[in-house]
Ligand binder design. Structure first.
Ligand code: PHE
Length: 457
C-alpha cells in the first residue's frame, strides 16, 4: 500500500495509548463526582456490570471497525455501508468529540492551577470549609477559567501537530505507573483517616433503594465515557493498530486498567470525603475540594499533592488528545486537509465551544443556573457533560453495536478479530453480546429515558 497509515510503534503501543485515552479525568474527576451524586455502591455495581457486559464488546467492535477500514468514524461506516444513513452515527461521533473536548479542557485547566496552588502551599493550614470556598472563588473567575482552558487546549494542539506516534504514545508510557503509585499513596492515607468508615459503607454497601432510572443511566453512561467509547475514539485508535495485534486482549487490558484506576480513585476520595465532613453530592468541584484536604493531612503532602495534580493533568492531556483526534482524523481523511489545518480548526472550535462552560461555575449567572431539575441546578458545563458525555456516547455505542452485529455481519467481524488472534474460539458468544445484549440494553435505557424525560439529568 502506498501512503501507509501511521501505526503504533510497538506491541505495547496500543495498550498504552488506548489506556492513555481511557484513563483521565473520567476516572479521577467524573467517576467520583457521578458516583457521589448517584448513591455510591449501587451505582458502582451497575457501572462494573456495564463495563463487562456492554462496554467490552463495544470496544472490540470499535477497534475491529477501525483496523478493518483504516478510517475515522464517518469513513468507517461509509466504507462498509456506502451511501447509507449509518454514517450519521459517525457524524454524531465527530460532534460529540467536539462537545466533550470543550468542557473537558475547562476542567483539565483547573488541574493546572491546582498544581501551582498545591506546590506553593496555598492550602496549608486551611480547613475543609476554606478549601471549598477557595474552589468556588477560583472557578467563578472568568479570566483565569478561560485562560487555563486556552492553555490546556493549546498544549493538546501542540502534541496533536506531531501526530499519533510521536505525540500520543510517548506520553502514555511514562505516565501510568507514576499516576498509579501516587494514587496508591492517596488510598492509604485516605482509608486510614479517622472517620473513614462511612466512606467504605458508601462505596461498598449498596443501597438499592437509592437507585433510580436516572442513576442506572448515569452508571452506564459513565462506563462509556471512562472507556472512551461511543464517539469513535477507539475506531480511530483501532485504525492505527497493526494487523498482528490481538484485539480481545488489547481491549481487555485497557478496560481492566481503566476500571482499576477508577476504583482506586473512589477509594482515595470517599473515605476522606466523609472524614472531612463533606457532602458526596457537591458536583464538579468534588475532587478539587477533597484532595487538598488529604494532602494537608499527609507526610510530604505538598510534594505528593503537586505530583498528583501534574499526573492528573497529563492523564487529562492524553485523553483530550484522543478526543480531539477524532475530528482531526475526519478532516484529514474526508476533506483531505493537512494535519496542521485539521488540528488548528478542531482545536480552536473546541476552545470556543468551551468558553460558556468555563463561565458556568459562577462567572455568569445565566450559565451557572442554566436549568433546574428536581431542585438541583445545572450549569452549562453540567449540561454539556450530560448531553455529550453521557447521552451522545450511549447513542453512538448503540450505533456501533447495531452496525457491527446486524449490518457488518458475523463472519466479517470474527474474521477481523481472528487477524492477530487465530485461535479465537468464542465467536458465537461475542456475536450474541454485540448483536443482542449490548444494543438491547442500550435501546431499553434510551427508550426509558424518552418516556421519562425527567430522568434526563
Ligand atoms: N475516557 C476519557 C477519560 O476517562 C474521556 C474520553 C471520553 C476520551 C470519550 C475519549 C472519548 O477521561
Amino acid at each position: 500500500m502506498i501512503n501507509k497509515r501511521e501505526t503504533w510503534a510497538s506491541k505495547m503501543g496500543f495498550i498504552l495509548a488506548g489506556a492513555g485515552s481511557a484513563i483521565g479525568l473520567g476516572n479521577i474527576w467524573r467517576f467520583p463526582t457521578t458516583a457521589g451524586q448517584n448513591g455510591g455502591a449501587a451505582f458502582i455495581v451497575i457501572y462494573l456490570f456495564s463495563v463487562v457486559f456492554i462496554c467490552l464488546c463495544v470496544m472490540i467492535a470499535e477497534l475491529a471497525l477501525g483496523r478493518n477500514t483504516q478510517k475515522n468514524p464517518v469513513g468507517a461506516y461509509n466504507s462498509i455501508a456506502p451511501k447509507t444513513a449509518w454514517k450519521y452515527f459517525g457524524v454524531l461521533g465527530i460532534l460529540t468529540g467536539w462537545g466533550i473536548a470543550s468542557f473537558y479542557s475547562v476542567v483539565a485547566g483547573w488541574t493546572l492551577a491546582y498544581i501551582f496552588k498545591t506546590a506553593t502551599g496555598f492550602f496549608s493550614g486551611m480547613n475543609s470549609e476554606q478549601i471549598s470556598e477557595s474552589f468556588t472563588t477560583f472557578v467563578s473567575n472568568p479570566i483565569s477559567s478561560i485562560s487555563l482552558h486556552l492553555i490546556f487546549m493549546s498544549l493538546t494542539m501542540a502534541i496533536l501537530f506531531g501526530g499519533v506516534k510521536k505525540g500520543i504514545e510517548k506520553w502514555s508510557k511514562i505516565l501510568m505507573p507514576l499516576l498509579l503509585s501516587i494514587l496508591f499513596l492517596l488510598v492509604f492515607r485516605s482509608v486510614s483517616l479517622p472517620g473513614a468508615k462511612e466512606g467504605f459503607e458508601f462505596l461498598f454497601k449498596p443501597d438499592w433503594t437509592a437507585i433510580t432510572g436516572r442513576s442506572v443511566i448515569a452508571a452506564v453512561g459513565q462506563a462509556f465515557f471512562s472507556l472512551s467509547l461511543g464517539m469513535g475514539t477507539m475506531i480511530v485508535y483501532g485504525s492505527y493498530l497493526s494487523k498482528e495485534e490481538n484485539l480481545i486482549s488489547s481491549a481487555t487490558w485497557v478496560a481492566f486498567l481503566d476500571t482499576f484506576i477508577a476504583l482506586m480513585a473512589g477509594l482515595a476520595i470517599f473515605p476522606a470525603l466523609f472524614a472531612f465532613g463533606l457532602e458526596p453530592t457537591i458536583g464538579a468541584g468534588l475532587i478539587f475540594v477533597v484532595l487538598p484536604n488529604i494532602f494537608n493531612e499527609m507526610f510530604l503532602g505538598v510534594l505528593f499533592g503537586t505530583g498528583f495534580f501534574i499526573l492528573l493533568g497529563i492523564a487529562g492531556l492524553t485523553s483530550l488528545i484522543s478526543i480531539v483526534e477524532v475530528p482531526v482524523a475526519f478532516f484529514i481523511d474526508e476533506f483531505k486537509w493537512t494535519r496542521k489545518k485539521s488540528v488548528t480548526i478542531a482545536g480552536i472550535g473546541a476552545f470556543i465551544a468551551g468558553i460558556p462552560a468555563a463561565l458556568s461555575l459562577g462567572a455568569l449567572d445565566s450559565l451557572t443556573n442554566l436549568i433546574s431539575i428536581e431542585g438541583r441546578n445545572y450549569g452549562f458545563l453540567d449540561f454539556m457533560n450530560l448531553i455529550f458525555g453521557q447521552y451522545s456516547l450511549m447513542i453512538g455505542s448503540l450505533g456501533v453495536a447495531l452496525f457491527a452485529g446486524w449490518k457488518w455481519g458475523k463472519s466479517k467481524i470474527i474474521k477481523e478479530i481472528k487477524t492477530g488472534f487465530v485461535n479465537f474460539s468464542y465467536g458465537a458468544l461475542y456475536i450474541f453480546f454485540i448483536k443482542f445484549i449490548a444494543p438491547f440494553s442500550l435501546l431499553f435505557l434510551l427508550i426509558y429515558l424518552f418516556l421519562n424525560p425527567n430522568a434526563f439529568a
